[in-house]
Design a protein around this ligand. Structure first.
Ligand SMILES: [Fe+2]
Length: 225
């Protein structure tokens, strides 16, 4: 079944200012389109590709709501499995986040070292500290480093662009527990991806139920698919 996301053009992800306007427009519309968001989440059950790429991680879980490789973007639903701190990290890509529920302390940090490759907590000074609440929308470029301390039940829409660097990095000295988790199911992933694996069907259904219980999406019967 087609929907308006199929008509979204490819974005120029190298221009953070314009891509923020475009992504904010898409995510704001999707946050307000309960019928489509509900359908996208329910469709995952019957879409092996999106199910396989929906992942469990000790700090943040994700469902793949929409993906288009040709246009180079993916929209996820991120769900905090509890009160979690994502220690300072960067991303391989530029993304835009829109908060649907919950809240988090968001520390934008700046690197004081060479700004390349691995870093530790001593290489990154706090910059801006903000509180991200429902309705907040921001865009984060791949060179930046941030830290998020999430309330239980925090849910965000997350729209990412194409990969811009080989791998991400994290201040692992602030997350020694990473050693307690098995390596990511994907070979070659950094240590902060430890514990990452595809969702099971039961886990997917549990996440979907949480979204329904929280009032963020509808039951299947209510969306008529
Ligand atoms: Fe992040």
């Amino acid at each position: 079944m087609t929907n308006w996301l199929d008509e979204v053009p490819a974005f120029d992800w190298s221009n953070a200012r314009s891509v923020h306007r475009q992504c904010r427009s898409v995510l704001t519309r999707l946050a307000g389109d309960r019928s489509l968001l509900s359908r996208l989440v329910h469709e995952i059950e019957h879409d092996p590709k999106r199910l396989a790429e929906s992942e469990i991680h000790p700090l943040i879980n994700r469902l793949i709501a929409y993906q288009d490789d040709a246009r180079g973007f993916q929209i996820r639903v991120h769900m905090s499995p509890g009160s979690r701190e994502l220690v300072p990290h960067d991303h391989k890509y530029t993304f835009t986040a829109y908060v649907l529920a919950g809240a988090y302390v968001h520390v934008w940090r700046r690197r004081t070292d060479t700004a390349e490759g691995d870093f530790t907590s001593t290489d990154i000074q706090p910059g801006i500290v903000s509180i991200e609440r429902p309705g907040t929308c921001y865009t984060f470029g791949s060179p930046l480093v941030h830290q998020t301390i999430m309330l239980p039940g925090t849910v965000t829409l997350f729209m990412r662009g194409p990969r811009e660097k080989p791998r991400s990095h994290a201040a692992l000295d602030m997350w020694p527990e990473a050693d307690q988790f098995p390596p990511s199911y994907e070979q070659g992933k950094p240590k902060h991806a430890n514990g990452q694996r595809p969702v099971t069907m039961d886990e997917y259904r549990s996440m979907r139920s949480q979204l329904i219980t929280r009032g963020l999406i509808d039951e299947l019967a209510e969306i008529g698919s």
